[in-house]
Design a protein around this ligand. Structure first.
Ligand code: NAD
Length: 502
């Protein structure tokens, strides 16, 4: 099987594991040219479903980042002065190009991450397309504020590009989350240095290839591959990087914030979550079960918005939990590249081991495993893969480590509650505050409870229904700032107020 060689620079040694698909080695894109790390160092890219080497990427360091930032700085004056329509047209062209290559990109995402190719085809890649299209439209139609002062003066606000942005992204939705940052940053006239997760770099390299093919001006989009504490840290610490948009874990976010703060960089932090799903006895039970299972196990539980802490009103507790276990059991791990597979591998063996450690902690703390709690037995090469069965744990204290810490895998804990007050207390008693979903047919309760949840986002009778105009982000240890719609346009620009005396 040959995978999109056209999207990645050529002249490359093929990957070394026999039988692995032929994926050219990844390179950095700096100042309009593809290149390796200056010292030639590389990192392996592993297919987690078969534990095989797919290709390599540069293990970039500070010198590579320096070159990328210099290229972005040089490109900034012309790009920031370009017409809005020119920038929007480029984003639309990127969206069209991604859409044309949907199948190839979905396959890359699946190989790299272990996610089902069906999910990448239905969600990851279409949403990357939508992000580019949305921000092309948003910047074309953006408005600014005007504050007249009773005939004395007129204030109006301009939004100006900031400069070079560092964009750092995680492994769970690689192209989708990268596009969420690249599109608004470029739309507003900034230039960027992007660093995708070293675990899932393939579609970022493909995006660089697309921008090159489309003739994006050199240095407007730069890509630097590498480890977080090397390439990532160097981006955050670089004095010419004027803003950083970071999505990743809370501990990493704290390091990013500490490095960026003394230089007063614009900073957006989209961090971890331990999101509650609140199920009230008056809910539409079948829908709530399906919704909670989807929230718990989509992308093998590796979405920051996943609902891994399921709170259920006592009168329906047993019925709900039994039905949830059935839903979980129906998700059989299988070959991510088989179009019929709905539940794939985790991103790496190390991550699978972390998930298993939390399940062991749950056992120690008296948790009862209703299903899952182990790696499945799969045939052939898949036997080496980082698979883990969907797991439902009952009987744990809602204050236990497994019930309060982010696991970021296919593990949910279930807890009964007796009334609304207790439901809200349990929902809010974690350090995170990213998202919540609640299931009820009582509209007054939906409003009342939503208003009390300490979460950046609340879904009622649904989960992960996304409107790209709304504020996206979390409170408490889930992050700082909001992205999406005008919030992204504002983050990726500086406002300048102009006051004219009449
Ligand atoms: P991570 O924090 O380990 O890595 C994220 C990115 O940061 C990677 O590109 C990594 O190389 C880089 N990085 C690591 N150390 C760095 C440093 N010192 N300086 C600069 N960059 C550094 O996170 P991950 O394991 O890739 O992703 C999983 C986490 O991401 C989970 O906690 C999940 O909740 C979170 N996440 C949050 C959102 C959101 O929108 N809030 C979305 C997706 C994922």
């Amino acid at each position: 099987m040959t995978v999109v060689p056209s999207l990645v620079p050529s002249a490359t040694p093929r990957s070394k594991t026999p039988g692995a698909p032929a994926i050219p080695r990844g390179q950095n894109l700096i100042g309009g040219g593809f290149c390796d790390a200056r010292d030639g160092a590389t990192l392996p890219v592993i297919d987690p479903a078969r534990d095989r080497l797919l290709t390599t990427i540069p293990a970039s360091g500070a010198a590579d980042v320096d070159a990328a930032v210099a290229a972005a700085r040089d490109a900034f004056p012309a790009w920031s002065a370009s017409a809005t329509a020119e920038r929007a047209d480029l984003l639309d062209a990127v969206a069209d190009a991604i859409e044309r290559r949907l199948g190839e990109l979905a396959l890359l995402e699946s190989l790299d991450n272990g996610k089902p190719v069906s999910l990448a085809r239905a969600v990851d890649i279409p949403r990357a397309v939508a992000n580019f299209r949305f921000f092309a439209g948003a910047v074309r139609h953006q408005q600014t504020a005007c504050h007249p002062m009773d005939g004395d003066a007129l204030n109006y606000t301009l939004r100006r590009p900031v400069g070079v942005f560092g964009l750092i992204t995680p492994w769970n939705l690689p192209l989708y989350l990268l596009s969420w940052k690249v599109a608004p940053a470029l739309a507003m006239g900034n230039t960027v240095v992007a660093k995708p997760s070293e675990l899932t770099p393939l579609t970022a390299t493909a995006l660089a290839g697309i921008l090159q093919e489309l003739g994006a001006p050199a240095g407007v989009f730069n890509l630097v591959h590498g480890r977080g504490h090397e390439a990532g840290q160097a981006i955050v610490e670089h004095p010419d990087v004027r803003g950083v948009s970071f999505t990743g874990g809370t501990a990493t976010g704290a390091r990013v914030a500490a490095a960026a703060a003394p230089m007063f960089k614009k900073l957006s932090l989209e961090l971890g979550g331990k999101n509650p799903t609140l199920v009230f006895a008056d809910c539409e039970l079948d829908e709530a079960v399906r919704g909670a299972a989807r929230a718990g196990f989509a992308n093998q539980g590796q979405i920051c918005l996943c609902g891994s802490r399921i709170l259920v009103e006592r009168p329906i507790y047993r019925r709900f939990v039994d039905a949830l276990v059935e839903e979980a059991r129906a998700r059989t791990p299988g070959d991510p590249q088989d179009p019929a597979t709905g539940f794939g591998a985790l991103v790496s063996a190390a991550h699978r081991d972390k998930v298993a450690r939390y399940v062991a902690l749950a056992r120690r703390d008296g948790g009862v495993l209703l299903c899952g709690g182990r790696a499945p037995e799969l045939p052939g090469e898949l036997a080496r893969g980082a698979f883990y069965e969907p797991t439902v744990i009952d009987g744990l204290s809602p204050a236990s480590e497994t019930a309060t810490e982010e696991i970021f895998g296919p593990v949910v804990t279930v807890h009964p509650f007796d009334d609304e007050r207790e439901a809200v207390r349990l929902a809010n008693c974690v350090r995170y505050g990213l998202a919540a979903s609640l299931w009820t047919r009582d509209l007054a309760r939906a409003h009342r409870v939503s208003a009390q949840l300490a979460s950046g986002m609340v879904w009622v009778n649904t989960w992960l229904l996304r409107d790209l105009r709304v504020p996206f982000g979390g409170m408490k240890d889930s992050g700082v700032g909001r992205e999406g719609g005008r919030f992204s346009l504002e983050f990726f620009s500086e406002s300048r107020n102009i006051c004219i005396k009449l």
